[in-house]
Design a protein around this ligand. Structure first.
Ligand code: AOF
Ligand code: ZN
Length: 373
């Protein structure tokens, strides 16, 4: 059993883990503290692939203070040689007497198992209670989703007027949500491994899809366009910067070979996928998962958003509602397509949260009973 003091240190270790935000993928965000006689003698967090793990950083900071101490870490210590040596060896070598683990690592199931290795070495190991473990897993929701399913976690972001529109009748889209919401969206882009849009939005808005105005170091997300017929304009903002921030286009097999070749010449990667629109979404997520893309931030438009929902491919929704009324039967709503089925079967948000962001309202939640399930 972890003590209440240890759980307090675990919360601090989660804060430390967040210092790696936006740059650790495909590794998890991890924080660790070394505590001796109730006093923190070392702190560590993971900075990114190839750099020391959080536990090793904390042990180094503690030096001799680690002998006989308790180490509290947000994720089960690793037992394997990856890009860096096993943390278990480091913990055993440092002579720690107790390790409190925030949550188990799904990847350790195929390894020796960090908790068992430590126990076998005579170290007392406690795993945090389920409610705390859930908070630790949430810190790395994309890492967990990818580890378990091989696919990225997909978050659908939408911004609509109060009457559910994403554009006026004349096609104006800028801006529906307010500046604070847009700032938050840039933070989320920086956190994501990939940002995706459909060809309709790419053509209508000519978006850049990079993260801008975000504090601290982060990596730009891969920019993904679902473009069945390879119609992305060569002179658009996405292609203009494709040699600096990569652009990946998912097209259908029937896309015009000349257009595909021209997009490749312009610096984009084009992957042609077989099957229907819905099947291609599944193939694209498999492809992204194989590239270690653990999170996709899906920014619309209405056709792609509905297709993802219809394919059961959305894990989370973040919906900004701005206090404006657009009106007009011809003004597009947030979701296009042919609809998500009878009311009894439509997707519904679970674990919903509602927050005020500037003048907007942000409704977020998880999708459980998916339409295609
Ligand atoms: C991290 N940082 O602080 C911890 C991790 O290739 P490697 O050696 O960096 O190993 C990566 C794996 O190690 C990762 O997938 C996770 O299972 C485990 N723990 N990883 O990057 C850390 N503690
Ligand atoms: Zn490790």
């Amino acid at each position: 059993m972890a003590t209440s003091d240890e759980l307090r240190h675990l919360a601090h270790a989660r804060d430390l883990a967040m210092r790696g935000r936006g740059r650790v993928s495909p590794n998890p965000l991890v924080g660790a503290v070394v505590v001796r006689d109730g006093v923190v003698v070392g702190e560590g967090w993971h900075e990114g692939p190839g750099t020391p793990h959080a536990e090793v950083g904390a042990l180094r900071a503690a030096g001799d203070g680690a002998r006989g101490a308790t180490v509290i870490c947000t994720l089960e210590p690793c037992s394997h040689h990856g890009r860096t040596p096993p943390c278990c060896d480091a913990l055993i070598g440092a002579g720690v007497s107790r390790v409190v683990v925030g949550c188990l690592d799904p990847l350790e199931r195929d390894r020796a198992g960090g908790a068992s290795v430590l126990r076998a070495a005579g170290i007392d190991v406690a795993v945090a209670p389920e409610d705390e473990a859930a908070v630790c897993r949430e810190l790395n929701a994309p890492f967990f989703t990818h580890a378990v399913t091989g696919r990225p976690l997909v978050t659908l972001k939408l911004a609509t007027s109060l009457d559910g529109k994403v554009a006026t009748v004349s096609g104006e889209t800028r801006w529906i949500s307010g500046p604070q919401s847009r700032e938050l969206v840039h933070r989320w882009r920086a956190d994501a491994d990939a940002v995706a849009v459909g060809i309709g939005t790419a053509r209508a808005d000519d978006p850049v899809l990079t993260a801008r105005g975000v504090d601290g170091a982060f990596r730009q997300p891969l920019r993904v366009v679902f473009d069945g017929h390879a119609r992305l304009p060569h002179r658009g903002a996405l292609i203009a910067g494709a040699r600096e921030v990569p652009v990946l286009i998912f097209a259908g097999e029937a896309a015009d070979p000349e257009r595909v070749a021209a997009l490749r010449d312009a610096g984009a990667e084009v992957v042609q996928l077989p099957g229907s629109h819905a099947e291609r979404i599944g193939h694209a997520l498999d492809d992204l998962g194989r590239r270690d893309v653990q999170s996709v931030f899906l920014e619309g438009g209405p056709t792609l958003a509905e297709a993802f929902l219809a394919a059961g491919a959305v894990d989370r929704v973040a919906w900004f509602v701005a206090p404006i009324l657009i009106g007009g039967a011809g003004a597009p709503g947030a979701l296009g397509g042919t609809g998500l089925g009878p009311l009894a079967g439509v997707p519904r948000l679970a674990e919903m949260t509602v927050a005020r962001v500037g003048d907007d309202v942000l409704i977020a939640g998880r999708l459980t009973a998916l339409a295609a399930a």
